[in-house]
Design a protein around this ligand. Structure first.
Ligand SMILES: [Zn+2]
Ligand SMILES: [Zn+2]
Length: 293
């Protein structure tokens, strides 16, 4: 399994001299399997660059949306394959119950917010609302889902393939005030044993209490989850738009010092645009080989 990051920033694109190293594009992650299948996780501004690469082929494109907040859909009108005649694009959504919300991927192309209407596109894009796991499994992609703790709702995804596993949990508050959709123990279960856990790690302690309930997690909560779920590699994701490269460098070093102190095999990287993580199954029993480049 090969994971490539095209957008890692939360909330709003944040280009500038302080974000050169980790990047300013909003969420988009590309997961490729050895059987030739692939999925795109979210359609933030990072999907624009990925789209240029995908126009070289005519395979069906699978997009798994976590939810429909702007930063996760705003790249779609600039995704080159939507302008390819007949190109098959399947958008998999969180649940059937938020159909109206999730179709905003197309609805944002309404002539007012974007000059091209979705119904004028030459490609064949459609939302898959039901039997998501079954439909993807027929294509050789094994996916399971959990509902995120986030205003408006949405889904996290676990992808299994090539004898390895990756979990994508963005825009999720591990300890939300009020109603909890998915409990901490359920997150531990969902993420358990994953080779890579990509998790929203937007806030630090000094962001609280004013941002409690905004639907994002503290760095300290996320690394605790990674340890409790015994994941191989924790990938901190959805960086705050104000977080500078120097600050993210510090976070990564601090996390790894913390994890080393616990004598856990889990290690941490902070997601950066262009970063690739290759997961390879062990030849016999044991843990997967995780290569970050
Ligand atoms: Zn977001
Ligand atoms: Zn969100």
């Amino acid at each position: 399994m090969l994971i490539t990051f095209y957008g890692v920033r939360g909330s709003i694109p944040s280009p500038g001299p302080d974000t050169v190293k980790y990047g300013g594009n909003t969420p988009c992650v590309f997961v490729e399997l050895e059987n030739g299948q692939s999925v795109i996780l979210d359609a933030g501004t990072g999907i624009r660059k990925l789209g240029k690469k995908l126009t070289d082929s005519d395979t069906t494109i699978n997009i798994l949306l976590s939810h429909s907040h702007w930063d996760h859909i705003q790249g779609y009108p600039f995704f080159a394959p939507i302008y390819q005649a007949g190109r098959q694009i399947r958008v998999y959504t969180g649940t059937a119950s938020n159909h109206a919300q999730l179709c905003s991927l197309f609805d944002q192309m309404d002539g007012a917010n974007f000059p091209v209407h979705a119904d004028e596109l030459p490609s064949n894009g459609r939302c898959i609302l039901e039997n998501v796991e079954q439909t993807l499994a027929e294509d050789g992609i094994l996916v399971s889902r959990r509902h995120i703790n986030h205003p408006g709702g949405g889904c996290a995804y676990r992808i299994e393939g090539d004898g390895t596993s990756c979990v994508y949990v963005t825009d999720n508050e591990l300890d939300p005030p009020g109603r909890i959709v998915t409990t901490y123990d359920q997150w531990v279960e969902f993420c358990h044993g994953a080779d890579a856990l990509i998790h929203d790690a937007m806030y630090q302690e000094d962001d609280m209490p004013q941002k409690h309930g905004w639907g994002h997690s503290l760095l300290s909560q996320v690394r605790r989850l990674a340890v409790d779920a015994e994941v191989g590699c924790l990938v901190m994701f959805h960086h705050d738009p104000n977080r500078t490269d120097a600050e993210i460098d510090f976070i990564q070093a601090d996390n790894n010092a913390f994890l080393k102190g616990l004598r856990t095999p889990t290690h941490c990287v902070c997601a950066a645009e262009g970063m690739q993580i290759r997961l390879a199954a062990p030849a016999a029993s044991g843990t997967a080989t995780i290569t970050v480049s």
